[in-house]
Write a protein that binds this ligand. Sequence first.
Ligand code: SF4
Length: 401
Amino acid sequence: MAAGLLRLIDVATDGTRVKAYNGRFETWTAETISKVIDDLVKEFETKLAETRENDGRDEGLLGENSTEMLPPELADLKLRREKLEQIQRELKAMDDARRKEGVNPAKNPAQIPKHDPDSRVLPNKEGGYAPNYTPICTAEGHGGFLVDVDVISGSLEQRELLTSLDRVEQTLGEKPENSLADGLFATGPNIEGLGQRDIEFFSNLPSPDPATNPAIRSDPTQPVPPEKWDQLPINAQSKKLDKSCFVYDSKADTFYCPQGHAMPFEVTKSETTRGEKSTWNTYRCNDCDDCPLKARCIAKTNKDGRTVSRDAHASQRDKLSAKMREDPAKKKYDQRMRIAETPFAMIKHILGLRQFLLRGMEKVKLEWLWTCTAINLDKLARGLARMRCDLEATRCLSIKC
Ligand code: SF4
């Protein structure tokens, strides 16, 4: 930083996947681990009985609850069982979470890798699934240095953005001016957190352009003219009218649908998905029955009218969307790919790190840190060489003068 090689003006954060040192199909499920634990309990009891018989010791004198008092072979079995029971508890909690998300664990159970239980079975960047870790990098845009790195288990890299930027400030004594991250990171908590830290956020938050959306009209209590219905945005997933067709009036706390009907507030709902709690207000239209837009707006099975929801971060998200439609913000965001993806390309294609050599989160973090340090040292050496060349050129010029 002192030499001007590294500047915290634009920083980009992103995550990738690197395979864990664990075979693809070498995983535990709650069912398979139960069988192994049952076998271990039987083996432990058989060996304990044999030891008692051979040593002529009384029941209780071996101290089955204390590993220190057990012979080494039995102590190993006990420790192994305790570790497996811990993994079993994690698997049951993961299955419960999947059940809440509508996944049937009987058909699609949670898995924990056998040889590296800190890793998780996740989609590979190249396709397919495998036990993986998710390394995260924050890089700066001037010299391409990595200013913060970490590794997480699981796929929720978006939750690490604020922590990573806070660490950058702690480590380097300066706060980044701009944070660039892909659309996955554009969550309500991130947008709010960056606003509180006074760091400008640039992210890909696609939303239909209001200029081409006929639902964005000066008086939302009036219907959209029928000749413009075909221009109303359709949601890619539901194939029905997109949420952007519904105009929110913050003063009245009401949405207006494309037919100009008010959709009053109905209920507040909360849900915890993958450990993250979200709360949103739901608004419902009570005039859908005879609406000519009904087939485009709600599913045939919906008898209760169209609903639209809005969470506590909706207005901040709207502001970010509006900013990202402007050319200066687009230009700034265009730098994200170069800044964030280049280090991963170097690490994977030049250094060849596609699978960790070590196991366990602590060692994997160390391996990632060493790898990223190699990238930074390479950049530092090149930067210093460039500075030396510039200095030599200046000297030559001054001699000629
Ligand atoms: S179906 Fe209901 S919400 Fe949709 S446009 Fe018609 S009246 Fe409005």
